[in-house]
Design a protein around this ligand. Structure first.
Ligand code: NAD
Length: 300
């Protein structure tokens, strides 16, 4: 630890926030942590972080506050309620929300923070739990560029890429554009493989042909959804682990909210959202999002 390292408060210590906070503790940052789940706080306290009993205590001495919460309503509560981050943080603190939330809500929270004199970034991440554990996340950041320059050394302890998307809310918009495209690609890849197999092709042969042709894409080449085509991906282990279908449905829903707010046409994004909702409605919420292949194969 160096004398220049800021005090950090980390709120929301779940699948992502837990390992991200651990990486900051390992890097020597003085860390105070809070989560409504006491067992999550204990894990970090065992690693040397100071446990707080509530948000006000967690942020009281923090130079930087990082939050990693499930969804929009949690972020609104944690930042905006009496006794929340904006009411309780010390003067001059830098606020960073890494949760994936509604872009308009991110702008409202940033405005409320600015009105109280705080600098704030929305900094959702890509890379999943493995990226959080391995400090290889991509941070997709909205807010002032100079504020990001201040935050970058800290974010680089938790991630490999720190990208500036634009003003407040732009990080959230870029993140859900990426995830909407990923959801569409996963469904399209599942359809193509299912069509080939239904017509007698070997899925490994078909995958290798598409990988050298114009239909190539990440879902096919890195994360193939059809069991047996690739080792070490969720489809080869019953779709366990990875990025849950429920989280993909959540991000596709956020993409629809952003599309409606901006009157942007996203017919495939809407179709993808409906298919994922159907899939989780059939009891597959926790299965990796590549398990949408099963829905396509079954419907056929
Ligand atoms: P999670 O549910 O595992 O963790 C969220 C944590 O926030 C929980 O420990 C919960 O107890 C805590 N929490 C909820 N309300 C709180 C409050 N009022 N005060 C303090 N703590 C509170 O979720 P996660 O998987 O860690 O995801 C966090 C965010 O990151 C989500 O917005 C998600 O969409 C996004 N994300 C997740 C992944 C992934 O693969 N899991 C990947 C990229 C982005």
């Amino acid at each position: 630890m160096t004398a220049t390292q800021p005090n950090v408060a980390f709120i929301g210590l779940g699948n992502m926030g837990g390992p991200m906070a651990l990486n900051l503790a390992k890097a020597g940052y003085p860390l105070t942590v809070f989560d409504v789940a006491p067992e999550a706080v204990k894990t970090l306290a065992d690693a040397g972080a100071a446990p707080a009993v509530g948000i006000a205590e967690a942020v009281a001495k923090a130079d930087v506050v990082i939050t990693m919460l499930p969804a929009t309503e949690h972020a609104e509560t944690v930042y905006l309620r009496p006794g929340g981050v904006i009411a309780s943080a010390k003067k001059g603190a830098l606020l960073i929300d890494s949760s994936t939330i509604n872009a308009d809500a991110a702008r409202r929270i940033a405005k409320a923070a600015k009105d109280k004199g705080f600098e704030m970034l929305d900094a959702p991440v890509s890379g999943g739990v493995a990226g959080a554990q391995g400090a290889s996340l991509t941070f997709i950041v909205g807010g002032d560029k100079k504020t990001l320059e201040k935050a970058a050394p800290l974010l680089e302890k938790m991630g490999k890429n720190v990208m500036h998307a634009g003003d407040s809310g732009a990080g959230q918009v870029a993140k859900i554009c990426n995830n909407m495209l990923l959801g569409i690609l996963m469904i399209g890849t599942s359809e193509a493989l299912n069509l080939g197999v239904a017509n007698g092709l070997d899925p490994k042969v078909l995958s290798s042909i598409i990988a050298k042709s114009s239909g190539r894409n990440w879902a096919l080449e890195i994360y193939n959804p059809m069991p047996g085509v690739m080792d070490n991906v969720p489809s080869s282990r019953g779709y366990a682990g990875g990025f849950g279908s429920q989280l993909m449905a959540k991000d596709l829903g956020l993409a629809q909210e952003a599309a409606q707010a901006a009157h942007a046409s996203t017919p495939l994004g809407e179709a993808a959202w409906k298919l994922y909702q159907k899939h989780i409605g059939q009891g597959n919420a926790k299965l990796d999002f590549s398990s949408i292949f099963q829905l396509i194969a079954k419907d056929a």
